[in-house]
Ligand binder design. Sequence first.
Ligand code: MD6
Ligand code: FE
Length: 213
Amino acid sequence: MNAELFAAQPRKVEILAGATLFKARLKNEADEFLRTIAKIAAEAPFRHMVTPGGQKISAAMTNCGNSGWISDRKGYRYAQVAPERNQPWPLMPERFRKQAIDAAREAGFPNFSPDACLINRYAIGAKMGLHQDRDEADLTQPIVSFSFGLAAAFQLGGATRKDKTQKILLEEGDVFVWGGPARLFFHGVLPIKADAARPHTLYRFNLTFRRAA
Ligand code: MD6
Ligand code: FE
């Protein structure tokens, strides 16, 4: 029997105009990505930030790249230093950058040039409420998201908070490219569930590559 028949078969799924999901695209490289994330976190540790309203964000966050997304009582924004460290963010690994640019190009965004990568770590039960990503300077550039570890039920809505949402399963190695007409759509993540088949997998990691400046 040919083992390749059983290898993950990447699939490209158009979810909406401007939103393309590449199933399992990075699945075979998941361990390598997780090791690189651990190195970034050794330099710039994951931490729970607060929203301008004072609520603790349940996903722990860090960043790599020239800019990093932060939140505190003063607002949401990109910053070139981690506030509590006063040092630049770790470099964006070339391999991350290349994978993000390649996926964007294949989804119809040939000029993607990310300068920021937000890394979210979700423990079981962590979630993210419906939001828009609108802190980036150039909204013609897409956002590219990589998921590893536990799966997420991702909610993708529309241009207003009241629009109906569809649920998209984001699993290990999935790459979701999102821009154009969908760039400002509301979205969120339902509480992450444990996976009985992977009892040692305790987190979901999500990386989002952006052009911030
Ligand atoms: C997450 N992702 O998947 C959260 N935002 O954990 C996002 O909020 C997100 O995946 C903009 C574009 C793609 C995303
Ligand atoms: Fe978002």
